[in-house]
Design a binder for this molecule. Structure first.
Ligand SMILES: [Zn+2]
Length: 163
């Protein structure tokens, strides 16, 4: 066992925790998530577990409701050599253009389909220090992953957007 104590007596698990994924037709995937109200040890641990789970499953993004936590948190890692990006309470504030892209989802195994997506989006979120972050994603994999994960947090699956 691998625990860490700080001076307030809080304990933190420092080993990797791989959460079990929720698959369709689990109703949690179709429910809008709740906004995070503050960053505490629960949220920090949850985010670390989400990152470990995302890396373990070799996914490009994970929303908290995919591991049965109904909170507005997503982690994305579109490129395997880059650090994951943590998004607390993300919102798309601007969308431009249309494109049709092949998509898949960790919660819908062995399936993929063409989905209507935006070309460019602007996302506002908070980081783990509760600082606002803004992401402008133009016509890239990041644009698609952000839209996919924010859809999850709003209770939508990509299969509902297929033509
Ligand atoms: Zn997904």
């Amino acid at each position: 066992m691998n625990f860490l104590y700080n001076k307030n007596g809080l304990v933190m698990w420092t080993g990797k925790v791989i959460k079990s994924l929720r698959y369709i037709p689990d109703p949690i995937l179709l429910k809008k998530t709740q906004k995070v109200k503050k960053i505490d040890l629960f949220i920090i641990t949850l985010v670390q577990d989400m990152i470990d789970t995302l890396i373990f499953t070799k996914g490009v993004g994970l929303a908290a409701n995919q591991i049965w936590i109904p909170l507005r948190i997503a982690v994305i890692k579109p490129f395997s050599n880059e650090k994951p990006l943590v998004l607390i309470n993300p919102q798309i504030v601007k969308k431009e253009g249309t494109r049709y892209l092949e998509e898949a989802c960790l919660s819908i195994p062995k399936y993929s389909g063409k989905v209507k997506r935006s070309e460019n989006i602007e996302v506002k979120a908070l980081d783990l220090d509760w600082k606002p972050i803004k992401i402008i994603a133009k016509n890239s994999l990041i644009t698609q992953v952000l839209e996919h994960e924010i859809d999850h947090l709003d209770g939508f699956l990509y299969i509902e957007k297929m033509k």
